[in-house]
Ligand binder design. Structure first.
Ligand SMILES: [Zn+2]
Length: 75
């Protein structure tokens, strides 16, 4: 989905851009629990475009969180 590219821009703001030892959840401004809550609230708005973006962002947070869990397990 194209919409997940929006939240990936958040990764580009980070330095370094990709660090396998770092958990991006809670590190990037769009990856905090508050951002997740905002996406959830925006899902209630009757707009399929907005819903697609929010669903994509939430899914992105899920995959990032999964990466974190994998990292902790293997650490
Ligand atoms: Zn991410």
């Amino acid at each position: 989905m194209m919409s997940t590219i929006v939240i990936d821009l958040d990764h580009l703001l980070a330095d370094p851009i990709f660090d396998p030892d770092r958990c991006s959840i809670g590190f990037h401004p769009l990856h905090t629990i508050w951002a997740a809550i905002a996406y959830g609230l925006l899902l209630a708005i009757q707009s399929w475009k907005l819903r697609a973006i929010c669903a994509g962002c939430l899914w992105h947070l899920c995959t990032d969180a999964f990466d974190c869990l994998i990292g902790w397990v293997w650490a």
